[in-house]
Design a protein around this ligand. Structure first.
Ligand code: ASP
Length: 376
């Protein structure tokens, strides 16, 4: 089914908004927004784009959709959306209050791409800035580069006027990190190999004990959107793998991995095991499949199959000889068709649903899985 609408002025009826999710008054109030193009605008994101509001009225996808349909630049709208999640201390996988690395320091990754402008920017292992997506945008707009990391990224952010916080941990994220640290390093010594296995096992134990939800061991937000003129943009932002090796950067800030947007064909971004996605640059693969005319769902399946094919190391396989991790993709094509796909059917709520916002409001939609069962 295509998401195209007749080429005519399309008045967003306030009454149509909010049917699904109790989209808020703020959006309903905008009952006379004029859409001039022939694409039905849509915003898609990972689960947390629906659940997190940082104490406000709108979630990420509603905020982005509202701004897009008011005529704001699509990327600005998406970033305003993910800023809500980055600033929300309750989301322990993104921005402020994100899970720290193995040394207890929150290092954030983000990238963004502007389809029509063919511009991109990203930051990796950035410390002290709550909204890395805005720094990624500053890299895009104010430098000749696509990716800046570590101290350099922080210096750049400071020069661009961003506030540098001493610590992005919340009391809760610090407490859980300490809990993890005590499990793996009781004597302040373990050989590096044992230490990394111990780190992973300690995290799994903590998930089992219900101390942290599974989706926060990994955890990210990717958010993509299209306006009625077909302008496509995307942004991904994360604190990365919980208690990661300092300096570790996953797929999220890497163009082609955590996000890829080709303004002429589509946008795709990911959450889940970053290393698996990074290896195959799968968001790029998804968009290349869209370029070949595939539907977003089929394009996503190609990427999941590629990840499955590339996963041959025993330590990454479950008893069924299949990947022992999940990866999700969130996809929109140039016609405004969209899909959310995942490696497994059975997963946490966060992995088996994705968020969308259309003129009918926002809702969670089940992802299309490649494989049955779960990752274990
Ligand atoms: N992909 C992110 C990373 O590997 C984590 C996640 O989305 O779950 O850093």
């Amino acid at each position: 089914m295509t998401n195209k609408i007749d080429r005519r002025k399309f008045l967003l009826a306030g009454s149509a908004l909010g049917l699904t999710s109790g989209i808020t008054e703020n959006i309903k109030a905008k009952s006379t927004t004029v859409i001039t193009g022939n694409i039905k605008p849509v915003v898609v994101s990972s689960y947390n784009g629906y659940t997190m509001k940082n104490g406000g009225k709108l979630n990420c996808v509603e905020t982005a959709f509202k701004k897009i349909t008011q005529g704001e630049d699509v990327l600005d709208a998406l970033i305003a959306g993910v800023n809500i999640v980055e600033l929300d201390p309750l989301d322990a996988s993104v921005g402020y209050g994100g899970r720290p690395n193995a040394e207890g320091i929150v290092q954030l990754d983000s990238c963004c791409m502007h389809g029509p402008k063919k511009q991109a920017g990203g930051v990796g292992a950035l410390e002290g800035v709550k909204t890395p997506s805005l720094v990624a945008k500053a890299v895009m707009e104010s430098t000749d580069h696509h990716l800046i990391t570590g101290k350099g990224a922080q210096n750049f952010a400071q020069n661009m006027g961003f506030k540098i916080e001493d610590d992005l941990n919340t009391e809760e994220s610090r407490k859980m990190w300490l809990n993890w640290k005590r499990r793996i390093d009781p004597n302040h010594y373990l050989d590096p190999k044992k230490r990394s296995t111990a780190g992973h096992n300690a995290a799994l134990e903590m998930i089992k004990e219900g101390l942290i939800p599974e989706n926060e061991y990994y955890g990210t937000i990717n958010c993509n959107g299209i306006n009625s003129n077909g302008d496509l943009c995307g942004v991904t932002t994360t604190s990365g793998l919980a208690w990661k090796m300092p300096g570790r950067i996953g797929d999220s800030p890497i163009l082609g991995a955590g996000l890829y947007v080709d303004g002429n064909h589509g946008a795709a971004g990911s959450t889940g095991r970053g290393e698996a996605n990074l290896f195959g640059l799968c968001s790029y693969l998804v968009v290349e499949e869209l370029r070949r005319g595939k539907h977003p769902k089929d394009a996503g399946m190609t990427a999941l199959k590629r990840i499955k094919e590339n996963t041959i190391e025993l330590r990454l396989l479950n008893k069924r000889n299949l990947p022992n991790f999940n990866v999700n993709f969130y996809i929109i094509d140039k016609l405004g068709r969209y899909a959310g796909v995942a490696m497994y059917t059975k997963a946490s709520n966060e992995d088996k649903n994705y968020a969308i916002c259309t003129e009918n409001g926002s809702k969670l939609v089940p992802v299309e899985p490649l494989l049955s069962g779960n990752a274990n």
